[in-house]
Write a protein that binds this ligand. Structure first.
Ligand SMILES: Cc1cc2nc3c(=O)[nH]c(=O)nc-3n(C[C@H](O)[C@H](O)[C@H](O)COP(=O)(O)OP(=O)(O)OC[C@H]3O[C@@H](n4cnc5c(N)ncnc54)[C@H](O)[C@@H]3O)c2cc1C
Length: 352
């Protein structure tokens, strides 16, 4: 079989890259092992323009949010699904200090943050003593719908091999790569945290980060917003289904769900919610994070038929569509990749 591109991984990165290469009428094949704990199968899909206790504006927020909103809507139309919803964040202040800090951010004319005027609006659903602020706009990309719908489309068109990719069988020639009976002009790794062991890319500063979340059933809670108090409580695509998370662990001994997270989160919910909830699942996975919190995008400086779209960290839902489009434009039209994301910034390291 001969294709223009072989793509490894159908998380959110591989989904978007295959989408844009298909739009340009390129032939491709995706290999994905359907790993159920891949972060793209666990995330609630939050696209948040601010970050941290200071509510600082995230890197490239205006560009990324606008791009994501348009891209997910376009993909949703094509797949006949709802792929994205605007869900602004109701940020309940856990302490008077946090209220003050949010207020200061608003007074500094911080983008995306505002104070609300109706402190009691959510008082029949939540316990909160110090009021709340609002983050606008924020979105949820419905990964739980998008990933299977795109997978089905790939399968129907014979563009997906559902199996483990074994890198020891990859042969990289002058002009093409060969893998089993597949020949491709280029291979692009969109394989998430596993890429840290890839012989071509293992020297990149990956810093995998463990995250856990619970899924819940909660009836009667308004699902027009994301709610935050220490953790994010996010409405999923199916009415009455919710997601709460997540943890961020740089040091961990395993990647399994932990008793500690479950207990801590259930306790938080008991103290925060006035309506009953039931836990339906406990999820854990590894984010493909990087030391300098920027993605890895482009072709290997010394193996020009081998490329990467990875390092999405905590923000795959906003970064993946934008950088998949950039990578497709780079591969097909030699357009430059944003320097902070361009893999060529690690040329020296990758020469070893
Ligand atoms: C608990 C949690 C909550 C999160 N919440 C959010 C959020 O709200 N918003 C946000 O933007 N981000 C969030 N993230 C981060 C986000 O999930 C990631 O940034 C994103 O999913 C990374 O996507 P990816 O496609 O690059 O990698 P992955 O999702 O890891 O996808 C890689 C794919 O490659 C496949 N694969 C890997 N190795 C092989 C192999 N050898 N052979 C075949 N197939 C292979 C895997 O099965 C998988 O399908 C969260 C992460 C976690 C863990």
């Amino acid at each position: 079989m001969l294709v223009d591109f072989l793509i490894i991984g159908q998380g959110i990165s591989g989904t978007w890259l295959s989408y844009y290469l298909g739009k340009e009428n390129k032939s491709f094949l995706v290999i994905d092992n359907n790993f159920q704990n891949a972060p793209s199968r666990l995330a609630a899909g939050i696209i948040n323009p601010v970050t941290g206790r200071r509510h600082a504006t995230v890197w490239m927020a205006n560009k990324l949010l606008l791009f994501a909103w348009n891209a997910y809507n376009e993909l949703g139309k094509e797949l006949n699904i709802k792929a994205i919803s605007q869900k602004n964040i109701i940020d309940f202040f856990p302490s008077p200090q946090m209220r003050l800090s949010f207020q200061q951010r608003v007074e500094e004319k911080g983008e995306f943050v505002s104070l609300n005027k109706e402190d009691n609006r959510y008082s029949s659903y939540f316990h909160y003593e110090f009021g709340y602020g609002v983050v606008t706009p924020a979105y949820t990309a419905h990964l739980e719908t998008i990933i299977p719908a795109w997978r089905k489309k790939l399968k129907d068109k014979n563009q997906l091999l559902e199996e483990e990719f074994d890198i020891s069988l990859l042969e990289s020639g002058q002009k093409q790569i060969h893998y089993k009976d597949i020949t491709a002009n280029k291979i692009i790794f969109c394989d998430g945290a596993g890429c840290a062991d890839n012989p071509y890319f293992k020297l990149l500063p990956f810093a995998p980060n463990k995250g856990e979340a619970l899924t819940l059933k909660i009836s009667g809670l308004p699902d027009d917003h994301i709610f935050k108090k220490g953790m994010m409580l996010v409405p999923l695509a199916t009415p009455g289904e919710w997601w709460i998370g997540s943890s961020y662990e740089w040091e961990f001994t395993d990647t399994h769900p932990s008793e500690n997270f479950r207990k801590k989160t259930e306790q938080l919910l008991k103290e925060w919610l006035k309506v009953p909830f039931t836990v339906t699942d406990h999820l854990a996975g590894l984010r493909p994070a990087t030391l300098e919190r920027r993605p890895f995008v482009g072709l290997h400086p010394f193996h020009p038929n081998i490329g990467i779209l990875n390092g999405m960290g905590t923000k795959g839902c906003s970064l993946a569509p934008f950088f998949a489009r950039q990578l497709a434009d780079h591969l097909l039209f030699q357009k430059p990749v944003t320097p902070e994301a361009d893999i060529s910034r690690f040329s020296k390291i990758l020469s070893r």
